[in-house]
Design a binder for this molecule. Structure first.
Ligand code: NAI
Ligand code: MG
Length: 369
């Protein structure tokens, strides 16, 4: 069995608390002979700043580059509100995304049946929901130049953000979406606003060309981003994979997330390009939530988003989709048994802490096969 290099970066706040539960699952996988890991650990965020004066050390960056997959907890907190801008906790995460060129952000919205009543939509709208939003993460209006605020000298200022996309950026994110669709229900919805944005025109053109060239077997549809937002809350089950730019993806993935429950439930992946020579791909997996300073240190954080991030690592970095399914089935089983952390509110459920939730998932894992 291949040994996978896994780097754990627990980070700040509840990060180490939820990562502790991932470590138990990793140990269980090892012990059951389901996977073999070489696990390393390092600091990122505020704790790294306290230790080294930087939000990630060069040594940790080197480990990140050597790893087959990185699992990150969360960074930040009020303790570091006044550290220099370049050393702020988020800088560690941004450096990882940039240096590893993690251009594809995957945000699943998966509705566990037991939580269908916790959704903002009716049960029949979300029960069985399983969509995957693929967001372009390193281009678009968040990074395009010029990006500035000009003083016009007449008491007015002018703010400029620029949406920039090159063909290769759209091409590579489209391929990620089509490849993923092939492992799922074989459908991609591409979203932009070609009716009012030049970048939308190019986006649609390139996605259409990539489809015609290499992915004729996958169903492709185009939807304007505003209409897609509406459809997401009207009838979300019509979607499988949604591919879109950085800005629209930011918003649409948050909408999709809230269809399925709490922030404490949501994993994510950020992927780089596959290296043509080695076949390796940089990948970072992390919960969508932050360091939750309001509940840190109390042992009540929900570890499911973090454990779900491990499942994504198994599926997308290690080719272990069946084991990932098994972890998700264990989570579903625990929820079906009425166990909840305090962030998930449903009637009649019993509220347990981080460690107990970890134990419940482990004991369920022993059962499902
Ligand atoms: P947050 O996601 O940390 O917390 C928002 C709310 O959700 C809080 O009430 C929190 O208690 C709750 N929550 C979050 N995760 C939970 C979990 N696993 N279990 C139970 N409850 C959970 O976002 P917030 O409060 O805006 O930011 C707090 C800090 O985290 C800030 O320093 C922020 O910069 C940082 N942050 C870091 C992120 C990252 O590392 N990727 C992402 C978002 C925020
Ligand atoms: Mg967001």
């Amino acid at each position: 069995m291949a040994t996978h290099k896994l780097l754990l970066l627990p980070g700040d706040g509840i990060g180490p608390e939820v990562m502790a539960q991932v470590k138990r699952v990793v140990a269980w996988l090892d012990q059951e002979g389901l996977a073999s890991f070489a696990v390393e650990e390092d600091l990122v965020g505020g704790c790294a700043y306290d230790a080294h004066g930087a939000a990630i050390s060069e040594a940790a960056m080197a480990k990140a580059k050597a790893a087959d997959a990185i699992l990150l907890g969360a960074v930040g907190g009020p303790k570091w509100a006044n550290v220099p801008y370049e050393a702020r906790p988020e800088a560690g995460l941004l450096r990882l995304r940039k240096d590893l060129a993690l251009f594809a952000n995957l945000r699943p919205a998966l509705c566990y049946p037991a939580l269908a009543d916790a959704s903002s939509l009716k049960r029949e709208m979300v029960e069985g929901l399983d969509i995957l939003i693929v967001r372009e993460l390193t281009g678009g209006v968040y990074f395009g130049e010029p990006k500035t605020i000009l003083d016009l000298g007449n008491g007015q200022k002018r703010a400029i953000d620029t949406q920039v996309y090159d063909t290769y950026e759209i091409d590579r994110i489209a391929r990620v979406a089509f490849d993923l669709a092939r492992t799922r229900r074989n459908k991609v919805t591409s979203s932009e606003k070609h009716n009012v944005m030049r970048s939308g025109v190019l986006w649609k053109e390139v996605v259409t060309a990539v489809h015609a060239q290499d992915y004729g077997d996958v169903e492709l549809e185009h939807q304007l981003a505003d209409s897609l937002a509406m459809q997401l809350v009207r009838w979300p089950k019509q979607f499988d994979v949604i591919v879109t730019d950085n800005l629209f993806g930011d918003i649409l993935s948050d909408i999709a997330a809230m269809l399925t429950g709490s922030l404490g439930m949501l994993p994510s992946a950020s992927l780089g390009a596959v290296d043509a020579q080695t076949g390796r791909r940089a990948a970072l997996y992390e919960p969508v939530h932050g360091s939750a300073p309001d509940i840190a240190g109390r042992g009540i954080a929900n570890p499911i988003a973090m454990i779900g991030s491990l499942a994504m690592a198994l599926r997308y970095s290690f080719g272990m989709g069946a084991v990932a399914d098994r972890i998700e089935a264990a989570i579903a089983g625990v929820l079906a048994a009425g166990k909840r952390t305090s962030d998930i509110r449903t009637a009649g459920a019993s509220v347990i802490g981080t460690e107990e939730m970890g134990s419940a998932i482990l004991s369920e894992l022993g059962k499902v096969d």
